[in-house]
Design a binder for this molecule. Structure first.
Ligand code: NAD
Length: 256
C-alpha cells in the first residue's frame, strides 16, 4: 500500500480508533491532518514517527462554523485532501425518557451532522483531483440497537444512510464512500462504560469480560489496528468498487 503524495484528514484522531487509523495511513506514506482534544502534541509526535508530514488543527466539530474554518485551514496550510475519515464521536447512556435533550443534541451534532458537513466540504476537491476516499466510522449500532443508547444508535443509523447516498452520488467517479461498523474496541469511549460497571461492584476485568460476553461472541476486542488496515484496503485499487457499504468488524456481534 503506497499512499505517498496523498493527504488524509482523520477526525477525532488524538485518541482511540482515529489515532490507530492515522498511524496506519502515515505508515503507508500519507501525510495526515489530526483533529481532536486532549494531548494533541503527543499524537502528532507519535504519528510523525512514520516519517510523513502531520498537522493538528483544532476544531470543535459539533459546531458547523468551526468545521468550515477547519476546511479553510486545511486548504491554506495543507493544500489538498484525498482521504477523509469521519471518526470523531461521543457516547451518552441513559433510558430514553431520562435522556437529557442537550446530550441528544451534542451526539447528533458530532456523530451525524459533522459527518455531513465534512463530507460536503471534502467532496468538491476530491472530484476535482480525480480520486478520493471517504470512510465513516459508524458502529454495529448503525445496524442494530442497544438499550440506553438512543442518540448514538440514531446517529449511527443516520451515518449509514448518509454513506449509502454519498456512495451512490459518487458511484460513477473515482471517489468512494463507505462505513466501517466496529463492535467493542477498547478505547477511552468504551473504558467509561467499563468503569461505570466497575463502579457497581465488578472488578475492571470482570466488567470487560461481561461487556464482551453480552454482545461479542469472539470474547475479544476489535483493535484500532484492525480498523486501520481496513481503511488502507478501502484506499487501495482492490477497494475501488466497494461503494456505499456498511462493513461490520465486530467479533461476530451481528451474526447472531
Ligand atoms: P475516543 O473517545 O477514544 O476518541 C474520540 C475522539 O473524538 C477523540 O480524539 C476526541 O478528542 C474527539 N472528539 C470528541 N469530541 C469532539 C468534538 N466535539 N470535536 C472534535 N473532536 C472531538 O473514542 P473511540 O472509541 O476511538 O471512537 C471513535 C469513533 O469510533 C466514534 O465515532 C465511535 O462512535 C466509533 N466507535 C467506537 C467503538 C468502540 O467500541 N470504541 C465501536 C464502534 C464505533
Amino acid at each position: 500500500m503506497d499512499l505517498r503524495g496523498k493527504t488524509a484528514l482523520v477526525t477525532g484522531s488524538t485518541s482511540g480508533i482515529g489515532l490507530g487509523i492515522a498511524h496506519a495511513l502515515a505508515r503507508a506514506g500519507a501525510d495526515v491532518v489530526l483533529t481532536g482534544f486532549g494531548d494533541a502534541l503527543a499524537a502528532v509526535e507519535a504519528v510523525a514517527a512514520h516519517g510523513t508530514q502531520v498537522w493538528h488543527l483544532p476544531a470543535d466539530l459539533s459546531d458547523p462554523a468551526q468545521i468550515e474554518a477547519l476546511f479553510e485551514q486545511v486548504q491554506q496550510q495543507v493544500g489538498r485532501l484525498d482521504i477523509l475519515v469521519n471518526n470523531a464521536g461521543i457516547q451518552h447512556v441513559a433510558p430514553v425518557e431520562r435522556f437529557a435533550p442537550e446530550a441528544w443534541d451534542r451526539i447528533i451534532a458530532l456523530n451525524l451532522s459533522a459527518v455531513f458537513h465534512c463530507t460536503r466540504l471534502a467532496l468538491p476537491g476530491m472530484r476535482a483531483a480525480g480520486w478520493g476516499r471517504i470512510v465513516n466510522i459508524a458502529s454495529v449500532h448503525g445496524l442494530v440497537g442497544s438499550v440506553g443508547k438512543a442518540a448514538y444508535v440514531a446517529a449511527k443509523h443516520g451515518v449509514i444512510g448518509l454513506t449509502k447516498v454519498v456512495g451512490l452520488e459518487t458511484a460513477d467517479s473515482p471517489v468512494t464512500c463507505n462505513a466501517l461498523c466496529p463492535g467493542w474496541v477498547l478505547t477511552p469511549l468504551v473504558q467509561q462504560q467499563i468503569d461505570a460497571r466497575a463502579a457497581d461492584g465488578q472488578t475492571v476485568t470482570e466488567a470487560q469480560q461481561a461487556l464482551l460476553a453480552e454482545k461479542q461472541p469472539s470474547g475479544a476486542f476489535v483493535t484500532p489496528e484492525h480498523l486501520g488496515e481496513l481503511v488502507l484496503f478501502l484506499c487501495s485499487e482492490a477497494g475501488s468498487q466497494v461503494r456505499g457499504a456498511a462493513w461490520n468488524v465486530d467479533g461476530g456481534w451481528l451474526a447472531q
